[in-house]
Design a protein. Structure first.
Length: 345
């Protein structure tokens, strides 16, 4: 009898721990804008204390505290080159910022010291996003300079980066590339990473082992033109993910621009067809909501979903390029000449 009671209590406790989260029907927000003069900002990342680091289009790298004060602002110029940053990562108290265009320059900023840890010269070089798996391993991705995506890997915390040879990567289709819209072409869960493409093909490049091996999955997202495809990806866990995009040249088109997966990216289901949001540059799960609450942003505004992305409502007309969540109640956004802190109620 005692054993039966003990088993019942354990099962009851387990059931309590697994209580299902009830998504908020809607959310209300307030936005405080911070002006960033003469700079388009598409790359932001949350750092230790809910502050953020950002990198912009005029070689500017900065830290803004959680209270909205500028802590560090660095203007980088290499010879006569003013780097345009759209890829950014923060790891081991160091900032990594990667420029678009030729030459590609990857900077490391730590303790007020700036160094170039990778340089690539090629007429087609263009890097789109960067992220770390852990303290040692990181990845950056860019458009093809040969017949594969450009993929950089670090195994020493960012001190050195090496480009994976095309022979070790899946081939890319002609006209397939990536979009540097929001530094969210890459999603990482543990050792797994998903990379999204667009253009004439919209696909998922998946690695289960931090870049050692690769698979490619098809998606139903709009494709066929240079401006169409997947612009952003996020994964809640190893199985559940969301991809969004559309056609940058037709920001009010809403056909085949949002899709969900529940099997790790192998197959995708289109959702919210012919309904807003239309073109999307960034999508992110709200933390601690069991993958139910999602926010998408673009120059068309800010949108909220309470059911994992199946249906959406517009919560702001203000346009942004990208968003990152510090908590369930706080997020940071960036756009043209601005960064903003968003409080959620």
């Amino acid at each position: 009898m005692k054993n039966t009671i003990s088993l019942f209590l354990i099962l009851a406790l387990f059931g309590t721990c697994k209580k299902e989260y009830k998504a908020r029907e809607t959310i209300k927000i307030s936005i405080k804008n911070i002006k960033i003069d003469s700079s388009s900002v598409r790359a932001i990342e949350i750092i230790n204390d809910s502050s953020i680091v950002y990198a912009g289009s005029t070689g500017n790298i900065g830290v803004i505290t959680k209270s909205g004060e500028f802590k560090v602002v660095k203007k980088i110029v290499t010879d006569t080159i003013v780097p345009h940053f759209r890829s950014l990562a923060y790891k081991n108290d160091a900032v990594f910022a990667l420029s678009i265009g030729n030459p590609a320059l990857l900077y490391k900023l730590k303790n007020d010291k700036v160094s170039i840890v990778y340089k690539e010269v090629h007429k087609n070089v263009f890097y789109d996003a960067m992220k770390f798996f852990d303290d040692r391993n990181g990845i950056a991705i860019g458009d093809p300079t040969d017949n594969c995506l450009s993929i950089l890997i670090t195994r020493d915390g960012g001190d050195t980066w090496n480009k994976i040879k095309c022979i070790d990567l899946p081939k890319i289709f002609e006209g397939e590339a990536a979009f540097a819209a929001s530094n969210t072409n890459i999603a990482i869960v543990g050792k797994k990473a998903w990379i999204v493409t667009g253009g004439l093909k919209s696909r998922i490049f998946y690695t289960p082992d931090m870049g050692l091996t690769w698979n490619v999955y098809e998606t139903p997202i709009i494709q066929g033109k240079n401006s169409t495809g997947i612009y952003t990806v996020d994964f809640y866990n190893e199985k559940q993910g969301i991809i969004c995009g559309g056609d940058y040249a037709d920001k009010y088109g809403n056909y085949a621009n949002k899709a969900l997966t529940f099997n790790g990216g192998k197959t995708w289901e289109l959702v919210s067809e012919n309904n807003a949001p239309r073109y999307i540059s960034c999508v992110q799960y709200i933390p601690n909501t069991q993958g139910k609450e999602v926010v998408a942003v673009s120059t068309n505004g800010i949108f909220y979903s309470k059911n994992s992305g199946r249906n959406w409502e517009k919560i702001s007309d203000e346009g942004f390029y990208t968003i990152r969540f510090a908590s369930k109640k706080t997020a940071w956004l960036s756009g043209n000449n601005k960064i903003a802190k968003m409080n959620i109620y």
